[in-house]
Design a protein around this ligand. Structure first.
Ligand SMILES: O=C(CO)[C@@H](O)[C@H](O)COP(=O)(O)O
Length: 232
């Protein structure tokens, strides 16, 4: 039995959740599943429609972004996944989608304000938007890869990747992560729902006030336990 069988199956099952949850169209987006002991992850092959995927079509890649096993070309976002796995040791799954509302927010370069308890249930901060691709990144300088855009944005805001498991990438789309691929997929669905609600709130009431921090703190600690609040 291939030593990669488990992560191939995990990655396949998680990828198939994206169209089921309405988070992707056609070949957009991708999910990966990591095996920390082997130092590799399985990721969706590039440009393959979800209905044609199978566990054996998942591509095995190391944390430098080098293909270890697989005939198909790995996702065009493979390097982003590799950078995050290499630097964030507790992440076991990463998801990238082009879900409509989260992507619309990413295209405006705005963070998603915390307007209510639905948002506060999952994260107490405004969901950050990493700056768009820099000139250096467009020229292909590794250290400016999207994964570093994401890491640097969280670090600048003082957010831990274990507490904030979702981000928008400016002029691009959302990325989410978690200890497992299933948690990363859950975070992508939550992010899309929060983005949709925030958009509607701003349509109903332009310049809508954010939820008071004291209320966010009270709500979050009631749900997640005392001293769990990590607001901005
Ligand atoms: O962000 C993009 C394109 O803008 C990619 O994530 C595509 O949405 C999926 O590409 P592959 O994973 O099929 O290479």
């Amino acid at each position: 039995m291939s030593k990669y069988k488990q992560i191939r199956e995990e990655a396949y099952e998680a990828n198939m959740q994206l169209p089921k949850l309405g988070l992707v169209l056609f070949t957009f987006g991708n999910v990966s599943a990591a095996d920390r002991e082997l130092g590799v992850f399985a990721i969706k092959p590039s440009g393959v429609p979800y209905e044609e995927l199978s566990p054996k079509k998942m591509v095995i890649v190391d944390f430098e972004g080098v293909t270890v096993e697989g005939k198909l070309r790995p996702s065009s976002d493979t390097l982003t996944h590799a950078v995050l796995y290499k630097h964030w040791e507790k992440v076991g799954g990463i998801v990238h989608t082009h879900s409509t509302y989260a992507t619309a927010w990413a295209q405006t370069l705005r963070s998603i304000p915390n307007y209510g308890t639905t948002h506060a249930d999952h994260t107490t901060v405004d969901i950050p938007c990493a700056p768009p691709m820099s000139d250096e990144m467009i020229q292909g300088n590794y250290e400016y890869e999207t994964g570093f855009q994401i890491m640097n944005c969280l670090a600048e805001k003082g957010f831990s990747y274990e507490e904030v498991e979702m981000i928008l990438v400016g002029n691009h789309a959302p990325f989410t992560w978690g200890k497992t691929p299933a948690k990363a997929v859950y975070n992508s669905a939550v992010l899309e729902n929060i983005a949709h609600m925030a958009y509607l709130s701003e349509q109903i009431r332009p310049h809508n006030p954010k939820m008071k921090d004291a209320l966010i703190k009270k709500h979050f600690e009631r749900k997640h336990g005392p001293d769990s609040y990590y607001g901005q």
